[in-house]
Write a protein that binds this ligand. Structure first.
Ligand SMILES: NC(=O)c1ccc[n+]([C@@H]2O[C@H](COP(=O)([O-])OP(=O)(O)OC[C@H]3O[C@@H](n4cnc5c(N)ncnc54)[C@H](OP(=O)(O)O)[C@@H]3O)[C@@H](O)[C@H]2O)c1
Length: 338
């Protein structure tokens, strides 16, 4: 079968299609023929060697995909061949097929397209956990979502606005402001042109925000803290601005500076809660993952929410898809079809 095998880190040209042998199927595994792959920013960071949760090279990247079950292991009784499924995992989905433990496949949504099924799991579970489990969202909250036009961002805007919250979303490009508003945010701000703290204080008549979903780090994290109200909650779920160059000591210092840090004494004064989460832990806790999946799936069906797909590529063009995500020009989710 054909797959991208990451042998060395670097720019997108390190992504090359290779012929690899199919994996053996163990009793608790399923073999899935992949149709569509959802791209995640962590895969850009992994390709550059900046992602702590990446496995040891060489490996096949790819955290999520949509496909059809081709074969089930002898101990798997609840799944059968021919069933459409969403696959989640640490790696392995930039390939024509994948073999995973049956606990890593989730039911596909019948009313979603292939692209939507490939685009849903990581971004929506990440946004759901951050907003509802970490930040304990309530419908009265004013919510700030950083990088709101991206994959996780577009999911979070939809979840928070359908819940009744007043949503503020940021982006670095004017052309992405409209999508943030169209998904339900009341306010969309270009944080590369405007001081977003001043803009939000003006638009909220100085009332700040109760919840922040932070994915950028550095200055964006520090300024987000300025806006957080007493009893506010902030979830750090990403560090998109981190760009370490191992040959450039200046970048070491910038990276060190960009990692979010908090002062507990200042938080105590404001009775604030700062949390962080990573989806990787859910793979080890199947019971919790299935509970979150059930709550999330029920919510999105009830509120008629769909993933926002911005761009679609052919399997051969994975490097172009990576370049687009890295450029900050992508909107919503990028999906690659086999
Ligand atoms: N904790 C978890 O389990 C988890 C899971 C999934 C994703 N995440 C995190 O969530 C964030 C979004 O992930 P995603 O996959 O949905 O990607 P994405 O939002 O579709 O793409 C990344 C976006 O980050 C923004 N960004 C801000 N500063 C940047 C910089 N210096 N360089 C590049 N981009 C920058 C850009 O939007 P603007 O230019 O519009 O600001 C860019 O479009 C990432 O930080 C990712 O690591 C965390």
């Amino acid at each position: 079968m054909k797959a991208y095998v990451l042998k060395k880190t670097g720019k997108s040209h390190v992504l090359k299609i290779t012929d690899v042998n199919s994996s053996s199927l163990y009793p608790n595994d399923v073999r899935v023929k992949i149709r569509s792959i959802g791209l995640n920013y962590a895969e850009i960071q992994s390709r550059k060697g900046l992602y702590g949760w990446a496995p040891k090279r060489p490996y096949i990247p790819g955290m999520e995909a949509f496909g059809i079950i081709e074969e089930v292991g002898s101990q798997v009784n609840h799944l059968k061949t021919g069933t459409p499924v969403i696959v989640v995992g640490q790696y392995g989905n930039y390939a024509e097929e994948t073999v995973v433990p049956a606990t890593q496949v989730l039911p596909a949504f019948e009313h979603f397209s292939d692209s939507e099924n490939a685009a849903f799991a990581v971004q929506f579970m990440t946004a759901w956990v951050a907003l509802f489990e970490i930040c304990r969202l309530t419908p009265n909250d004013r919510v700030l979502i950083q990088a709101a036009a991206g994959g996780v961002g577009t999911a979070a805007v939809q979840l928070a606005s359908t819940y009744g919250c007043e949503v503020f979303g940021t982006t670095s490009r004017d052309e992405k402001l409209e999508i943030i508003r169209s998904l339900g945010a009341k306010h969309a701000i270009n944080y590369s042109k405007t001081n977003f703290v001043d803009a939000i204080q003006k638009e909220s008549r100085g009332q700040g925000v109760d919840v922040v979903l932070e994915v950028v780090g550095g200055e964006v994290f520090r300024k987000s803290m300025e806006l957080l109200n007493p009893f506010g909650r902030l979830a750090v779920i990403g560090f998109a601005s981190l760009n370490l160059n191992k040959f450039n000591p200046w970048s070491w210092w910038k990276t060190w500076r960009a990692i979010p840090r908090v002062k507990i004494d200042a938080m105590a004064t404001g009775s604030q809660v700062i949390g962080a989460s990573h989806l990787g832990y859910l793979l080890k806790d199947t019971e919790r993952m299935l509970k979150i999946w059930d709550d999330l799936a029920t919510y999105v069906v009830t509120h008629n929410i769909r993933p926002s797909i911005g761009h679609e590529f052919k399997f051969e063009d994975m490097a172009k898809a990576h370049d687009l995500m890295e450029s900050r020009r992508s909107v919503g989710k990028i999906v690659v079809h086999i």
